[in-house]
Design a protein around this ligand. Structure first.
Ligand code: ADP
Length: 255
């Protein structure tokens, strides 16, 4: 198998006295689709937020494309890699959140063009073309000039995906992207992710409670429980055939 693009090595994270992650080891390979499941509060979001450098680990290494995002100094303080390296790393990673985080004062086309132009300093006309393509891909080609407030939750979430795709990331992170949606809007969002998963060769990490969806698209499923990866394997091994009792009882809630 190819060299991983992301390596977590013995990553720990505490908030105050609360130990949230207790030794995470994880490789993410190019094009790999990973689903992360587990009870609320088990640390799923924290794992992916650290990859975006939105949280720092208490100890351990997170290495993206050879860059260690933090280094432990002699006084046990974690120090971020230099800003230039971090910008490159962040440019390779797209993230879609539970709440869409669109800019309300920009049209959806402008929302999708903003980061490549302002962060990556790309050519405006090329970015516009790519943004239109991506918005068409998520089924919103007829809404380019609309504002976020004019869209449904499912449509906003599809804009958020198009916006991440325009950056051409090597890795896409999805954090419970359907959890805040009305049930009837979940399907259209999962459909877009399924399309990306089946047709793009970027790596994907999805925190999700949609077990059938994970079975359908994930190469690997991680069951996170109380800050450790308690079970991992193919989707079928973890979701259908594991004998881990805590996993069984977690899954039982979705049946
Ligand atoms: P999950 O995504 O599995 O629900 P999270 O990673 O969001 O879990 O949170 C794990 C634990 O860390 C929870 O107990 C949560 O309350 C705590 N936590 C997360 N972020 C913070 C923060 N910024 N400050 C304090 N506690 C936090």
């Amino acid at each position: 198998m190819s060299e991983p693009i992301v390596k977590y090595r013995d990553v720990h994270k505490s908030f105050g006295d609360t130990k949230v992650l207790k030794g995470i080891n994880l490789d993410i390979h190019p094009a790999e689709k990973i689903a992360v499941i587990g009870p609320s509060g088990s640390g799923k979001t924290t794992i992916i937020r650290m990859l975006m450098t939105l949280e720092e680990p208490t100890s351990g290494d997170i290495i993206v494309d050879g860059t260690n995002l933090w280094k432990m100094e002699k006084n046990d303080k974690m120090v971020k890699a230099n800003e230039k390296h971090l910008r490159e790393v962040r440019g390779d990673i797209g993230m879609v959140f539970q709440h869409f985080n669109l800019f309300p004062h920009m049209t959806i086309l402008e929302n999708c063009m903003s980061a490549p132009i302002h962060v990556k300093k790309e050519n405006k006309n090329e970015v516009r073309e790519r943004a239109i393509q991506m918005l068409e891909r998520v089924g919103l080609g007829d809404k380019l000039e609309n504002y976020p407030s004019q869209l449904s939750g499912g449509q906003k979430q599809r804009v958020a995906m198009a916006r991440a795709l325009v950056m051409r990331p090597k890795i896409m992170l999805f954090d419970e992207v359907t959890s805040a949606l009305d049930p009837e809007l979940v399907g259209e969002v999962l459909e877009v992710i399924r399309d990306i998963a089946k047709n793009d060769d970027m790596a994907m990490v999805l925190v999700t409670h949609e077990m059938d969806f994970a079975l359908d698209i994930a190469d690997k499923v991680l069951f996170l429980d109380e800050g450790v990866i308690a079970e991992q394997g193919t989707a079928s091994e973890v979701i259908e055939h594991s004998s881990n009792e805590r996993l069984q009882s977690f899954l039982h809630r979705f049946r």
